[in-house]
Design a protein around this ligand. Structure first.
Ligand code: PEP
Length: 251
C-alpha cells in the first residue's frame, strides 16, 4: 500500500553550515519520535554530502532538487543523477514549477531526467500543477493530466511504481494561498484515476500523491485527512525544524 510522505524542498536557501544545522535538528527530532510517515528533505546540491553525513537516513531521507537530463559530459554547471546518487541521496525532485517556469523545463527534458534518476536508483518526486489562469478557466484537470501523460506515461508500470507524484498548484506555491482540502482531494482523485486508466487500479492505489503549496502546521492535518492526499511537499515551512515537524506530526 502507498506510503504517507512529508518531503521538504529547501529551494535556494541556507548556506552549507546553516543547512547542516537545520538537517541535524530535523534528524534529531525524528530520532526521538516515531513519525507516522516517511520524512525526506531535498536540499541544494552543495549540501548533499555534508547533510548526508549529519543525518540518520533511517529516520530522514535525503534528496536533491533537480538533476541533469544528460548522463555525463560537456554540460558545464550541471549535476548528473549518478553524481546525486553518489552522495548518498535517495530522492530527486523533478519538474518543479519553478524549474518549468524559470529554466524552461519541458516534458521532453523531464522524460530524460526521470529515466536517468531511475537508472541511478533515485526516487523521483515528480511535480505537476496548473497556473492560476488554468485554475480560473477550468482547464486544470486536463493540464495536470497532460503533464503526467507527457512526462511519465512512457515508463513501464514497474518504473511508474517507483515514482512519487506531487500536485502543486502553482498559484498556491509560496503565496500563502493554500488549495482547500476539497480542491486538493478532487485533483488527487483525478490524478489517481488518470494513473488507474493507464496502469491499472493496483499501481494507482500504490502511488503516493503529495500536495504542495503553502502547506503549514495549521492546515496540514485537514489536507492529509483526505483519502487521496498522501502527504506534502513543503517549501517555506521546511526551513524551520519546528514548522516542518509540526507538519510531520499532522499524520
Ligand atoms: C514548493 O515549492 O514545493 C512549495 C510547496 O512551496 P511552499 O510550501 O513554500 O508553498
Amino acid at each position: 500500500m502507498r506510503k504517507n510522505i512529508v518531503a521538504g524542498n529547501w529551494k535556494m536557501n541556507t548556506t552549507v553550515p546553516e543547512g547542516v544545522a537545520l538537517a541535524k535538528e530535523v534528524s534529531d527530532c525524528l530520532a526521538g519520535f516515531k513519525a507516522n510517515c516517511d520524512v525526506v528533505i531535498c536540499v541544494p546540491f552543495t549540501h548533499l554530502v555534508p547533510v548526508c553525513g549529519a543525518i540518520d537516513q533511517a529516520v530522514l531521507g535525503l534528496g536533491a532538487e533537480n538533476c541533469a537530463d544528460h548522463k555525463s559530459g560537456a554540460y558545464t554547471g550541471e549535476v548528473s543523477a549518478a553524481m546525486v546518487a553518489s552522495t548518498g541521496a535517495k530522492y530527486v525532485i523533478l519538474g518543479h514549477s519553478e524549474r518549468r517556469q524559470y529554466y524552461g523545463e519541458t516534458s521532453e527534458t523531464l522524460r530524460e531526467k526521470v529515466a536517468l534518476a531511475l537508472e541511478n536508483g533515485l526516487t523521483p518526486i515528480f511535480c505537476i500543477g496548473e497556473v492560476l489562469e488554468e485554475r480560473e478557466n477550468g482547464s486544470y484537470n486536463e493540464v495536470v493530466k497532460k503533464q503526467i501523460e507527457d512526462g511519465l506515461f512512457n515508463r513501464s508500470a514497474e518504473d511508474f511504481g517507483k515514482i512519487i507524484l506531487a500536485y502543486e498548484p502553482v498559484w498556491a506555491i509560496g503565496t500563502g494561498k493554500t488549495a482547500t482540502a476539497d480542491q486538493a482531494e478532487d485533483m488527487h482523485a483525478h490524478i489517481r484515476k488518470t494513473i488507474a486508466d493507464k496502469y491499472g487500479k493496483e499501481v494507482a492505489d500504490n502511488t503516493s500523491i503529495l500536495y504542495g503549496g503553502s502547506c503549514k502546521p495549521s492546515n496540514a492535518a485537514e489536507l492529509f485527512a483526505k483519502p487521496d492526499v498522501d502527504g506534502g511537499l513543503i517549501g517555506g515551512a521546511s526551513l524551520k525544524a519546528a514548522d516542518f515537524m509540526g507538519i510531520v506530526k499532522a499524520f
